[in-house]
Write a protein that binds this ligand. Sequence first.
Ligand code: NOJ
Length: 877
Amino acid sequence: MSEHSDENDGDASDTSRRTFMKAAGVATTASAVGAGTGAAAADDDDDDGDEDGRDDRVEALLDDLTLEQKVGQMTQVAVGSFDPEPDGSNVPDSFGVDTVGEYFSELGVGSILSGGAAPPSFDAQTVVEGVNALQEYNVEQSDHGIPFLYGVDATHGNGLLEGATVFPQRMNMGATRNPALVEEAERHTSDSTASMGAHWTFAPTTDLQRDPRWGRFFEGISEDPKLEGDFSRARTRGLEDDDRLTSCVKHFAAYSIPNNGNDRAPASTSLRDLRTNVLPPYREALKAEPGTVMVNSGAVNGKPAHASHWLLTRLLRDHYGFEGLVVSDYDDLHRLVTNHDYVPDFRAGTREAINAGVDMYMIGNGGSAPGPVQFVETVVSLVEDGEIPEERIDEAVRNVLELKVDLGLFEAPTVDESRIGGVLGGARETSEEMARQSLVLLENAEETLPLSGDESVLLAGPGVDGDGNNTRALMQHGGWTLGWQGPSNGGPYPRQRLLSDELEARVGSLTHVPTYYDNSTWWAGQGTGENQQSDENGDFAFTDEQESAMRSAAPDADVVVLVLGEGSHNEGFGDRDELVLDESQQRLVDVVAEETDGETPVVGVVLAGSPRGSAETYDELDALLFAGQPGSDGGAAIAEALVGEYNPSGKLAFSWPRNPGTPVGTTPVQYYRYPPTSTGATDNTPLYRFGHGLSYTDFEYGEPSLSASGVDPSETDEVTLNVDVTNVGDRAGDHVVEVFDTQSYGSVLQPLRRLLGYDRVSLEPGETATVDLSLDLAALAVVPGDLLGLAPKVVEAGDYELTVGDDGPTTTLTVDSTGSTDDHDRFPVGGGPGKGHGPGGNGKGGNGKGREGDGDGDDEPDMDDVLDLLREVTGSS
Ligand code: NOJ
């Protein structure tokens, strides 16, 4: 589903047409627009405890706005071009600035977005000036002069501008096991994104990495809930750093577990799995107080997330205490009709979503889908007909306006246009260090790596930039980089350091034999009904000429480096049934194997957003470095690792399936699944385990000890494990120490292993460090009881075997008594403190914590609670 695929916006044409560029007089000075241009000013003299006057200002505006204007504030429209009438080839008219200008003056829309990392221009100065001009126009033309919020997808750095630093993708972030470094990167993203005039980034993605067939696998930090939660919290904190930028925890909740591996397919899971694994990362991220949350486009256990009052109101607001803005995903009210076939028409979908708790509709400017005018009219009529309570509208608009006040938009609607120049392309050291730490050395037979640096290197494969025009550098960035599906052939590009240049500077000589790669196939079938995606995520070839060039160059090489993998991709266009490398890459590997005949070492580097490749390929390689999508400084980091200037230290944050060529069998597979590992004839163990990652040196552990051998989870949520780590090899290196629970018994199945804590330590050869690891007892929590999975989550009493590293020394942690690490983790069943409207709320009201079994909050676990529970579970009312 392209976000630019709509042909026309029919529904703006009824409104009187004003030409935005004429009315705005093009980029007038930012200073012309300031506080008080019609917007209710803050009353600083208030005596109601509202120190910054926010509430007074918001309430005054709410009093003044008509119902239509309120719904306008709940509407987010797309801007894809600063041309009044875009050429229509890629950006439809309805995304042009003329139409958007009308949405301000006629509808008073509250927000704009440039989705898909595709702003109206990739030139930073053009963007910031254009956004300022739009804001000036909006503030002058709309009735109350309320500034708009501008949202973008700055998901791994500000990947929207030519020359920007793009950080390694999310799957690389997880491999670093270094949330502090990632937080530092997000602070740069915050600064850079705010400096270009945006106020809101749709990040962090907090969905667990569950299924590598899914086209958004690369957007997950890890399959592990603790890692996903730790990083998402750190990322949220980093992104919230600039006062003018807010973050968006998405996609709430359970977006990443589509039943069939396809984007926006429904998820079926159990309440036990949701509560133990899927929901905790979102909750962790919410602790860093993001301004906004985006809703999962899919459905969970038979209920579309956008229509789930339980998810968006009872869980998110009443139980988790979220007070910010809930935004829909793109076009998703309409998708309740088209994708989910859940309601017969847009009116019904709109009613369900707003009542469930959606505050703002990210709408696709019309075309084949209902546009902003229809949305506003539909909501107004639903309110007039009593199908949406007006208080729900006020609540939603309050959330929008409060965010605008918090971001200081009323005081300063526009941004200093000189700021972006000093920020663009910065944070180089952070970016390079992240890229380095994210590299995972999967194989290294007979110490093939590191290279000595004197070798004649033969370099080939689709991941290498080629033909003098940088076309292949695309694979190092991935989706959401200067375009929805990643950068296009021929650019523009982010700031980037390429492997061929970086390696050439570090070895005796370098010969590059290009092979063919084109990343535009995802678009090729657009509108024709033909398959628009390929399992390979790109179009690859190894032509006869290229093959003979390889055959003649290979015998002269001291070492062959093949950069393999998949093309950049995104959302549904990235979905695939197989994870093997495409045929031409397999043939390249075979040809090299034939020509080198086991004499010359062959090194593979994989650039991919998923576990690409199988044992069939890897058996022919002597060493294998998984580089993921390492971003701007990926080329330098890889070259450093190949020659040993950097000693690889990344750890896989997901399990690499053993048989990725088959759409059934071991995909998906998680390391924390329940026993048994293998049944029947197939081997269900992963090819590379979660936590796998080699080094050029060796590390040894001493005997671990615990700060307390017995703990009570109601008293503490942490215990410290101390362990000595020694670098027993002859090279300096970083080592990630991980502690797993590897054996325990309880009232329900225990996962094979689960990660409780991790840390990164740098050691010179022969050096020993004592590492104090904080172990998170919450990671041991289970939902006890029989099948339903409704009981409060607890850490059960018993002995837990802890193992340091993959199979290092062990120790035993005793949990003395069953208890919860978080008293407030009372799962909302029964009435809950519902608002008394919308499906799902029974208006009884609960206290959100209460005693076990006390669903209605009357402090008595009684028959009423049981009946409530039954109604909840059976869906009867
Ligand atoms: C749809 C995607 O699902 C979401 O992640 C993104 O933020 C929006 N489009 C805007 O581009």
